[in-house]
Design a protein around this ligand. Structure first.
Ligand SMILES: *Cc1c(COP(=O)(O)O)cnc(C)c1O
Length: 421
């Protein structure tokens, strides 16, 4: 149940006092604006730096300095097993078994690798469903994937666009498209949350419908992991990948994570592009011919653990673990609803919140569509120490990440808009 909201600083501060996560913001560095911490509503693009990261990096630098190659086996976090340290937290965040998750590379690379394992087009079954207006990197990945198989993107890729007059999709519309394609459908590759509209899709319903026609369900969870808790194992999602620099606060270009459902992860016959880090560890250093995959998600790992690009992730995951993703989500629902409530009080600027109103169809982010003055409003926010991003045409995305944003931040944001426009 949401509280009865009020548009006052007092009320916002009351909510902060009642918030069990309010102290977590002290664990992060904030960009400064005129000598004060900025209001940072851009965690959907790049999460803030946890203060613990610097020491964590220092630790690995010291291990490298003092132990050199010995760091793989000794030191505080032997590098040989670096992925293993991340698995318990990653598994909890996405609702998986530890054997179903791992970390490597970056998001788009992982999407390519997973799609190469699971997209097995035949003469009759080769179509891929995506949401129209998917993140560009995902569009390029799927386009080049089908070309790689000698197929024509305009025939193989089916994009689902909002109906006339709508900004977002309904689950029925998605399910109907899946059913219509039936046994010509090979794979669904959907964003979990659309980066532009902020709409969170019903992954369970999409997966169920996809399996009913005998196809594979894969998701890009860039905007979901660390934002909304999931149950990927229970929903029987086939595969998923995400980046670690948005709501996971692991730093720019941090190593991404991925999920492969147990039923596939344990199966060594699933085709994949391999490297030694995915090989059975008992055999790895024998340096013999013949790839023997690990029988878990790490069987998809390829290269040596990128330790320095995982240090931030390890540090950040331990903060998220303490905060607990379910409590993060509980706060987030109220925080974003408060933001929506305040925005709806503004009557002198004209805009539309294109993100769904239903809490089950959105995470932390609200996307505001301004028919006019969007750039001017964006600039005014920046001049007043608010960091949000702007996407053509005329959308300002506002994402109060609950780990380090407060109700007072949301109120101040509203006040800046109210006094300036
Ligand atoms: C952020 C984001 C990406 C970025 O991919 P990288 O390979 O990490 O650069 C891709 N897809 C979606 C949906 C995103 O939100």
């Amino acid at each position: 149940m949401l509280p009865h909201f009020e548009a006052s600083l007092d009320f916002a501060q009351q909510l902060d006092k009642l918030d069990p996560l309010s102290d977590f913001k002290n664990q992060f560095h904030f960009p400064q604006h005129k000598g004060q911490s900025a209001i940072y509503f851009c965690g959907n693009s790049l999460g803030l730096q946890p203060k613990s990261v610097a020491t964590a990096v220092e630790t690995e630098l010291t291990t490298w300095k003092e132990l050199a190659v010995g760091g793989y086996f000794n030191g505080p976090n032997p590098w040989l097993h670096y992925q293993e340290y991340l698995k318990p937290s990653l598994a909890k965040l996405v609702g998986a078994k530890e054997i179903e998750v791992s970390a490597m590379n970056a998001l788009t690379v992982n999407l390519h690798l997973l799609m190469l394992s699971f997209y097995r087009p035949t003469k009759d079954r080769f179509k891929i469903i995506m949401e129209a207006g998917a993140f560009p990197s995902d569009q390029y990945a799927v386009e080049t994937l089908v070309k790689h198989f000698g197929l024509n993107p305009s025939e193989a890729i089916i994009e689902i666009a909002p109906l006339e007059g709508k900004k977002t999709l309904s689950t029925d519309q998605i399910v109907n498209t899946i059913e219509e394609l039936g046994d010509t459908l090979s794979m669904v590759l959907f964003g979990g949350i659309n980066y532009y509209t902020g709409q969170f899709f019903d992954l369970k319903a999409i997966t169920h419908a996809t399996h009913k026609v005998g196809a594979i369900a894969g998701f890009d969870l860039a905007h979901v992991t660390g934002n909304i808790p999931l149950s990927l194992h229970e929903w029987e999602v086939d595969f998923a990948a995400w980046c670690s620099y948005k709501y996971l606060n692991a730093g720019p270009g941090a190593v991404g994570g991925f999920f492969i459902h147990e039923k596939h992860a344990v199966n060594p016959t699933i085709p994949r592009l391999a490297g030694w880090w995915g090989n059975d560890e008992k055999e790895r250093f024998k340096m013999e011919k013949g790839f023997i995959p690990k029988t878990n998600a790490s069987g998809w790992n390829i290269s040596t653990a990128q330790v320095f690009n995982m240090v931030g992730l390890k540090a950040s995951l331990s903060i998220i673990e303490l905060a607990d993703i379910n409590r993060i989500r509980e706060k987030s629902i109220v925080l974003t609803a408060y933001l929506a409530f305040l925005l709806n009080q503004l009557d002198r600027i004209s805009f539309e919140i294109i993100t769904p109103e239903d809490k089950d169809q959105r995470g932390a982010q609200l996307s505001l569509y301004f028919k006019e003055r969007a750039k001017e409003i964006h600039q005014k926010l920046i001049d007043n120490g608010v960091i949000v991003d702007y996407r053509e045409p005329g959308v300002i995305r506002v994402a109060p990440a609950p780990l380090y944003c407060s109700f007072e931040d949301v109120f101040k944001f509203y006040e800046i808009l109210k006094t300036n426009f």
